[in-house]
Design a protein around this ligand. Sequence first.
Ligand SMILES: N[C@@H](CCC(=O)N[C@@H](CS)C(=O)NCC(=O)O)C(=O)O
Length: 226
Amino acid sequence: MKLVIGNRNYSSWSLRAWLYLTESKLPFEEIYLPLDTPEWAAEIDKYSPARRVPVLIDDDLSVWDTAAIFEYLLEEYPQAVGWPHNRRARAHARSISAEMHSGFIALRDELPQNLRQRHPLPLASLSPTCQAQIRRIQAIWRDCYQRYAGPWLFGEFSVADVMYTPVALRFLTYSIPLDNDVKIFQDAVRHLPSVKRFLAAARAEKESLPFIDALIGQADNPLTLG
Ligand SMILES: N[C@@H](CCC(=O)N[C@@H](CS)C(=O)NCC(=O)O)C(=O)O
């Protein structure tokens, strides 16, 4: 299988798909297609009509959109990272994963993924909507820790942890203060060996998106970065 990814530094959806395949111990080849480059413009159509990354290529099949990639792999490979075994926990994990997949727009705009940067942003500089979304994410994590044993949200590493990994790293980039009872998730994420490898690869990338590096913490990104 091949996985088309964008800049590791900026593309949180690429990180999710990469982490999913890696933690599922599925062998794959990476196709690196940096965002907003002539190479991207020339090649993205070849992989996905939606013109977004990640894209999973399995022989002549192209699967795009992170949630579809997870479901496709989960049907095929029993060892793939899955959902909690308990039905109620599974419904809960699916709810928070869907919430991440379809929401948190202000947070994505105002705290774009920028793994190699450290740029503390005071909460007061963020919009009230973004501040509310930061509180919501902590409430989601807290609710999980009150119901299930940590360090992962549902005890064992699951799709929900993959979905929330990038936001835990955004909070590191911008030094967003987290309550002690939920920081356990951020600590688990940053110490995961696969995440450390991804961070090292992001730091080694040559490409940069100046509008994100320069406008760090501001909205109006011309690309959808998720
Ligand atoms: N819903 C999609 C979102 C994918 C997405 O927005 N990818 C961004 C990079 S993180 C992208 O390809 N942006 C390119 C563009 O906006 O032209 C998914 O879950 O995979």
